[in-house]
Design a protein around this ligand. Structure first.
Ligand code: IFM
Length: 474
């Protein structure tokens, strides 16, 4: 089956299927030095020459901090049922520990109230990569204490907002935080040390477990839901003989997917992950009892999906390819499995160079639901970057509409195959700061003019509005 087979209008979703959109704090808020917010690793990283395309920073971004009411009204006009946002830890605890910054909490309190007033369900992520710089200076995610600090922060956020937030998500894509932040160096804080990356994996997992315990002990809403969001690598064999790629696929699955799902959902690190990385670390940072802490009940697993990855074991002949979809950087995102080659995949592609493969989403959802049958799923991110322009006050983005349409078809097919899929958050509500790519990539269903900060809903936003209203793929 190819991407082109996933065109089908008229498919109907159940009325309870939740459709909304997502953003993250550093990518949209701006106001990085206001109301007591402390610096985060992304402030430091983006100000370091050469780290972000065009030297872009999140200092202003979409200025959402000052335009929250306008953005809330926009969400209401678009008919969104849910809004997935993240809380900036350095707004809540400027140095990452100690007393709460009330002005920072007040901002998110107003956001949550504004959502509820408009009938939009608040889905709050505690950590979407903006670690307080003070904690990085104290060791960052490779240091165990960061997980303890995260639990304190979770308790502060839960106590302040827990009477109103419908859904809590501990972490967004810990794969990126650990491997891009500490392994490849492509993301903040930009370290390139495989052992640190693996220690970060464990401490992020621990933070998830401790964070859920802390949230549950303070949240004053009995029906609040708890979750975590992972970005899954859906793998394809890079040789005609699938067996020739089997080891490469197993290794990447272990590092990228099972390094998080196994501890969080099964209470274990898989033997092959430990064996593959034995030359990098001895995993002594895993202490007795940690896995019991990490394996906390969740109400659903958040799934972020964009494209597939094709891998094989490098035979040493031709120069090694490394098209893993991330901005090339000096270190490795694959500690212990550097011999795996990521091959250029068949198009069509988005502006990120990512292949469009809706069948990968269906396959992933079916796989997760087979592997973890008692864990419901929500697509917490899916979307595409394309080069959009405003012409006569409109943005025609047929490629994004087509991308979304095919992925909603994939989601629908997964449901028809028995997957307990509860919702779908489109990435992203607004064009925003795309990390190492700065503002050069536009993922929004709403266009943002970075000079005037004017928001213009794209055709894809109108498409989403129709989809939500009719619960039917237009
Ligand atoms: O923009 C990011 C987001 O912050 C995390 N998931 C992937 C998106 C697109 O790269």
């Amino acid at each position: 089956m190819t991407a082109y087979d996933y065109r089908e209008s008229g498919l109907v979703f159940p009325p309870s299927f939740l459709i909304g959109s997502a953003t993250a704090s550093y990518q949209i808020e701006g106001a990085t030095q206001e109301d007591g917010r402390g610096p985060s690793i992304w402030d430091t990283f983006s100000r370091t020459p050469g780290k972000v395309v065009n030297g872009d920073t999140g200092d202003i971004a979409d200025d959402h901090y000052h335009r929250m009411d306008e953005d809330l009204d926009l969400m209401k006009r678009l008919g969104l049922e849910a809004y997935r946002f993240s809380i900036a830890w350095p707004r809540v605890q400027p140095t990452g520990s100690g007393a709460a910054n009330e002005k920072g909490l007040a901002f998110y309190s107003r956001l949550v109230d504004g959502l509820l007033e408009r009938g939009i369900r608040p889905i709050a992520t505690l950590y979407h990569w903006d670690l307080p710089q003070g904690l990085e200076d104290a060791g960052g995610w490779p240091a165990r204490d960061t997980a303890n600090r995260f639990a304190d922060y979770a308790a502060i956020a839960g106590a302040a907002l827990g009477d109103r937030v419908h859904t809590w998500t501990t972490l967004n894509e810990p794969w990126c935080s650990a491997y891009l932040g500490y392994g490849s160096g492509g993301h903040a804080p930009g370290r390139t040390n495989g052992a640190h990356a693996l220690a970060a994996v464990h401490h992020l997992n621990l933070a998830h477990g401790l964070g859920l315990q802390a949230l549950r002990s303070v949240v004053a809403k009995d029906d609040a839901e708890y979750s975590v969001t992972l970005n899954f690598h859906v793998l394809r064999p890079g040789t005609e003989d699938p067996a020739g790629s089997a080891d490469a696929m197993r290794r990447i699955d272990a590092l990228a997917n099972r390094a998080f799902t196994s501890p969080m959902l099964k209470g274990q690190y898989d033997y092959d992950l430990l064996a593959d990385t034995a030359g990098v670390t001895d995993w002594q940072f895993v202490q007795s009892g940690d896995l019991d802490v990490i394996k906390q009940p969740i109400d659903f697993l958040g799934v972020n999906y964009y494209s597939t990855a094709t891998v094989r074991t490098w035979d040493g002949a031709a120069p090694r390819q490394s098209a893993d979809g991330h901005k090339p950087s000096s270190g490795t995102a694959w500690p212990g499995s550097e011999q795996v080659e990521f091959l250029q995949q068949e198009g069509p592609y988005t502006a990120m160079g990512w292949n469009i493969a809706p069948e990968g989403l269906e396959e992933l959802l079916v796989h997760l639901s087979t592997e973890f049958p008692s864990t419901p799923l929500v697509i917490t991110e899916n979307g595409a970057a394309f080069d959009d322009e405003v012409v006569d006050g409109a943005v025609h983005d047929p490629k994004r509409v087509d991308y979304l349409s095919r992925h909603f078809v994939a989601a629908h097919r997964a449901i028809a195959r028995g997957v307990d899929l509860r919702g779908y958050m489109v990435w992203s509500l607004l064009d925003n700061f795309e990390w190492g790519y700065g503002f050069s990539k536009r993922f929004g269903i709403v266009h943002v003019d970075y000079d005037t900060l004017v928001r213009t809903p794209k055709d894809s936003a109108h498409w989403v509005t129709t989809l939500v209203r009719e619960k039917r793929i237009p």
